[in-house]
Each structure stands twice: as structure tokens, then as C-alpha cells.
Design a protein around this ligand. Structure first.
Ligand code: XMP
Length: 325
């Protein structure tokens, strides 16, 4: 299969070029799949969302989107996938609530790479089960983009639902495989996807699982999710949303002593991380205004159960990685 971007391909930077690309891909997908069914793992991230929107235009209900909620998504994300794709775009969307399954499998698993393996393997298992429930699938769509093919950086490849058993090795449909990220966003916008889906910051495949350090527990996972939602809200309100490359919270698996309403507390800290980078190989720390950090600290310690401190991570990459696990 040809995996080199044609030299003649213009950089898609305008709506007109995006529309031309969309028309071209609609024709190509129809020529490839005819009236057969296509399966897509739709995480709600930029790439799989753009593939979904494009294929819905090309083949409508012959695209079967499977959204696996593994419990490690950010606050509001599974709901938004259902709202945008099922309610607004009338997609054929299978929503799988696999939260208990994943959290049960992850119970007691503390080693970071092992956690990734458990999450990846369980994802394949859930996806395989859903694929088997469908009749007549002949193709698998993937949100592969050009940097995934070039393997240019440490952003781990996450688009391939490799690992499916032999009898489920469908022919691939990869309409974005020659696009760079900025082009995917322009195409997504032209397809009518909401801004907070198209311009969203990178999010690791294992999701909040690598930000709830050590063995994941439901209460600490909720603390990660709620504190992340507060951070995102405050960054959006204060004009940092489009400016900072990646920002999130981390909750470690230890507690410290504090005092709340005159009583001793023994609770988790929340670590805030906000970094800028071009390619994720190196990163610098965002100089977040101190008053905003104080306000975020105030909100997190008041609103998030089980938390009594907030720390700001001042470490560039190197020596720290962007994620903590
Ligand atoms: P690190 O932590 O290695 O992260 O500095 C670099 C970039 O990669 C993202 N990341 C991941 N993405 N699966 C992914 O799809 C993963 O397991 C994973 N780990 C880290 C991270 O969020 C950052 O953008």
C-alpha cells in the first residue's frame, strides 16, 4: 500500500481546500467500499471524529461507529460523542458502557506499562465482541494520520485496532492518512464538527488512567476527572485554551495532612501540569499567572472530594516527560 504523501498534494489550510479534499475522499471511499459496511472505533478524539464525520457523509448508516466508554475519558466526553454523532449527525452509533469491566481489570495494577497493556488488551476485547455482533462488516476505518505513518515523535501510535483476531482483519479505510494534524482540524471544521472537538488538546489513548497514578481506584479517578474539568474550565475562561498545548491534572496515590473547616484532613494532592511543545519530544512549562493558579487551587480544594492540596509542576521535558506515567 502506498504510504507516501503525494508531492503534488497542497497543504489543506482553507475551507475551500478542505471541501475539495472532502469531496475527493467521499468519492474514493464510495469506490472502495461500495454498499458494504464499515466499522470504526470512535473515541471522540480529533482524528476518529473527523473520519466518522467524513464517512457518515460518504456512506451514511453503512458506517457502524463503536464508542467504548472505558471510564478513563474526560468529563462530558462520552455524552458529547452521543450528542454529536447519534443525535446531530444521525450516525449508526453503538455506545458501549464498559466502565466496570475496565476498572475491574485494572484493580490493583500499579505499574504504568502494565496499566497501558491492560487497557489496550481490554479495548481490543470489547471492540472484538462488538464487531462480532455486527453482520456483514467488510472494512475497518481508522483515524491514521501522516505523523502516525512517519512515526516521527514519541506521541504513541494509537490509531490502530491491531491485535484483532485473523477472522476480523478487515480491509482498512484510512481517509486521513496523508494529512497533518492542522489539516485534519481544517477538514473537521469544514465537516461541521464543534470547535471543542476539532481544536482539542492531545489526550493519551489510555486516558485518565495514566493520570491516576499507581493502581486506579474509582474515588481517585473521580478526583482526576473533576479537577481536570475545573482546570479546563478555568483555562478556557482565561484565554489559555487555544494557547497552551497540553494541560491536565494528576492525582498520586499518597495522601498528606491538611486542615479543612477546623478539622484535620488526610487527603490527596492534585498536580497541575501545563506545557508547550512543537513535537512532544521536548516541552516547556507554561508561565500560568500566579493569581489564576491560586484561583484554580481554591476551586479544586473546595470542589473536589478527597483533595487538600494543589501543586504546579515546574518541570520541563527533559527531565520530566509530559505525562507522569
Ligand atoms: P510523554 O509523557 O512521553 O508524552 O512526554 C508525549 C505525548 O504523548 C502522549 N502520550 C500518549 N499518547 N498513548 C497515547 O496515545 C499513550 O500511551 C501515551 N502516553 C503519552 C502525551 O499525552 C503527550 O502528548
Amino acid at each position: 500500500m502506498n504510504n507516501v504523501r503525494p508531492e503534488s498534494m497542497e497543504r489543506i489550510a482553507t475551507e475551500a481546500l478542505a471541501n475539495a479534499f472532502i469531496e475527493e475522499q467521499i468519492a474514493a471511499v464510495r469506490a472502495q467500499v461500495g454498499d458494504k459496511k464499515v466499522l470504526l472505533a470512535l473515541s471522540g478524539g480529533v482524528d476518529s471524529s473527523v473520519v466518522a464525520a467524513l464517512l457518515i457523509k460518504a456512506i451514511g448508516k453503512n458506517l457502524v461507529c463503536v464508542h467504548v466508554n472505558h471510564g478513563l475519558l474526560r468529563k462530558g466526553e462520552p455524552e458529547q460523542v452521543v450528542e454529536v454523532f447519534r443525535n446531530q449527525m444521525d450516525a449508526n452509533l453503538v455506545y458501549v458502557d464498559a466502565v466496570d469491566r475496565f476498572l475491574d481489570k485494572l484493580a490493583g495494577v500499579a505499574e504504568p506499562e502494565q496499566k497501558r497493556k491492560v487497557i489496550g488488551a481490554e479495548f481490543i476485547r470489547v471492540f472484538e465482541e462488538e464487531a462480532r455482533k455486527q453482520q456483514g462488516i467488510e472494512f475497518l476505518a481508522q483515524g491514521t494520520i501522516y505523523p502516525d505513518i512517519l512515526e516521527s515523535g514519541p506521541v504513541k501510535a494509537h490509531h490502530n485496532v491491531g491485535g484483532l483476531p485473523e477472522d476480523l482483519k478487515f480491509e482498512l479505510v484510512e481517509p486521513l492518512k496523508f494529512l497533518f494534524k492542522d489539516e485534519v482540524r481544517v477538514v473537521g471544521k469544514a465537516l461541521g464538527l464543534p470547535d471543542n472537538m476539532v481544536y482539542r488538546q492531545p489526550f493519551p489513548g489510555p486516558g485518565l488512567g495514566v493520570r491516576c497514578l499507581g493502581a486506579i481506584t474509582r474515588d481517585r479517578l473521580e478526583a482526576v476527572r473533576e479537577s481536570d474539568a475545573i482546570l479546563r474550565e478555568e483555562f478556557a475562561k482565561n484565554g489559555l485554551e487555544g494557547k497552551v498545548w497540553q494541560y491536565f491534572t494528576v492525582v498520586p496515590d499518597f495522601k498528606s495532612v491538611g486542615v479543612k473547616e477546623g478539622k484535620r484532613s488526610f487527603a490527596w494532592p492534585v498536580i497541575v501540569r501545563a506545557v508547550n511543545t512543537k513535537d512532544a519530544m521536548t516541552a516547556t512549562v507554561e508561565d500560568v499567572p500566579f493569581a489564576l493558579l491560586q484561583h484554580i487551587t481554591d476551586r479544586i480544594t473546595r470542589e473536589v472530594a478527597g483533595v487538600n492540596r494543589v501543586l504546579y509542576d515546574l518541570t520541563p521535558k527533559p527531565t520530566g516527560t509530559i505525562e507522569w506515567e
